[in-house]
Design a protein around this ligand. Structure first.
Ligand code: SF4
Ligand code: SF4
Length: 334
């Protein structure tokens, strides 16, 4: 005698794959909202110090309880959107993720459209909340639980078939979705330590990033002067840094950008030509804009210093911006 047939999930995974594909989202997983995430990684980071990222100290509980963002959520759709993985020719260097449009908006819109399409397909009125580094959620931990990858020694989420050049996004939803892990949560760093050895500022220690030594933090989050002993190791980076990803062997499998809006280039000559007046327009809709003009010019000065190209820094210093002048003093530039 056979028992009662299992009820079909309201939203089969195949439908999510189809709706995701319509938005250029090909790497998906679905999980039940975890009641609570492990706190050790977050607490270690907070104990190490988060410098000018004081916001990390706020909403600790919310970061650990993702369904706090939508208490009625029954499912979380987790996605990874690849960004432009190629190294650019420019000698002044910027993190690949910032090549094109700011992904926060881009990815959230894609996820919101998936939510709308779901409601339409099932004639439902489910509430959804799209998150892409836009709310206090411990995203990497959540993505690992969904099987989208493991957290490598460079503290980034890595998938064996797609590497780490990917944005993470989540759709918390009242829709009851078929649970499906992407199956890549197991650690595959093995005995590799390439990222730790490559980091020019020794910011990777025991599988975590010491924020205050990391070029990415210093160029994007840090508001003050950058210490000379760190600045001289910047290797030309003026916004973010990809070195610990460039050496990761799994990035040999990085796919192309998942959206043409994520591709772009910043030639050195263009960077120098941007003025206080043109900065907002020049970086409209891009992540670079959030650091503002003064930190942008500080970063260019530090990048030039690290490359031994101070002969090009005259106009940057002559502009007289207080942060830039303080940075020049720190670097010993008369
Ligand atoms: S982003 Fe750069 S500075 Fe930061 S940990 Fe990676 S290699 Fe080091
Ligand atoms: S470079 Fe090696 S150790 Fe670092 S994240 Fe990649 S596989 Fe892991």
């Amino acid at each position: 005698m056979s028992g009662p047939a299992a009820a079909a999930p309201d939203v089969p995974f195949d439908v999510l794959v189809e709706l995701g594909k319509n938005q250029g989202l090909s790497c998906l997983a679905v999980m039940t909202p975890p009641s609570r995430l492990a706190a050790d990684g977050l607490d270690r980071m907070l104990a190490d110090g988060v410098g000018d990222m004081a916001y990390m100290n706020e909403h600790r509980e919310l970061r650990l309880t993702p369904n706090g963002l939508l208490p009625s959520a029954r499912s979380i759709l987790a996605v990874a959107l690849p960004y432009h993985p190629q190294r650019e020719d420019a000698t002044l260097r910027r993190a690949r993720y910032a090549a094109g449009s700011d992904y926060h908006q881009l990815l959230r819109k894609k996820l919101a459209r998936v939510g709308d399409a779901l409601n339409q397909r099932f004639a439902a009125g489910w509430t959804h909340r799209a998150v892409a580094d836009s709310a206090p959620v411990n995203e990497r931990t959540l993505a690992r639980l969904a099987g989208l990858g493991w957290i490598g020694r460079n503290a980034l989420l890595i998938a064996p078939d797609a590497g780490s050049y990917r944005f993470l996004g989540f759709l918390l939803s009242e829709a009851p979705m078929e649970i499906r892990s992407a199956g890549h949560g197991a650690d595959r760093c093995g005995s590799c330590t390439a990222c730790e050895r490559r980091c020019p500022t020794a910011a990777l220690v025991d599988r975590r990033v010491i924020s205050e030594r990391c070029i990415s933090y210093l160029t994007i989050e840090h508001h003050g002067v950058i210490a000379r002993d760190l600045a001289q190791r910047f290797e030309g980076w003026w916004f973010g840094c990809d070195l610990c990803q460039e050496v990761c062997p799994w990035n040999r499998f990085a796919p192309p950008a998942g959206d043409p809006k994520l591709v772009g280039a910043d030639a050195d000559s263009r960077l120098f030509a941007i003025t206080a007046e043109s900065f907002d327009t020049a970086f409209a809709g891009r992540a670079v804009r959030r650091i503002g003009y003064e930190r942008y010019r500080r970063n260019l000065l530090v990048a030039l210093f690290s490359l031994g190209r101070l002969d090009e820094a005259g106009p940057i210093i002559a502009e007289g911006l207080p942060l830039v002048l303080a940075q020049a003093r720190e670097l010993g530039i008369p």
